[in-house]
Design a protein around this ligand. Sequence first.
Ligand code: FES
Length: 106
Amino acid sequence: MVKLTINTKEGPTVELEVESGDKLRDVLMANKVDLYTTWGKVWSCGGGGQCGTCIVDVKSGADILTERTDAEKKKLSGKPESFRLACQTLVGDGENSGAVTIATKP
Ligand code: FES
């Protein structure tokens, strides 16, 4: 299990326990965390790694997450290393555990 803390742009902090290996976007959507800006809601590719609208900022625990995918390397070029695409990021490798903190809509 991974303890996931989400500092939302709107203010409230959300704390979740998620299965290691779960996709970050799926976890956020299932828990009704507002991941997308207004622009992102219009242009979201639906999790395909093509639009770059599902960016989150990983504040801690990045070592628990899976590595950046090729889609992320393309879409996040020039952005801070801590930025990830939620639709491309797995919260753990299926076996590890720990704690991760992210911020939405950086
Ligand atoms: S939802 Fe389009 S890149 Fe993540």
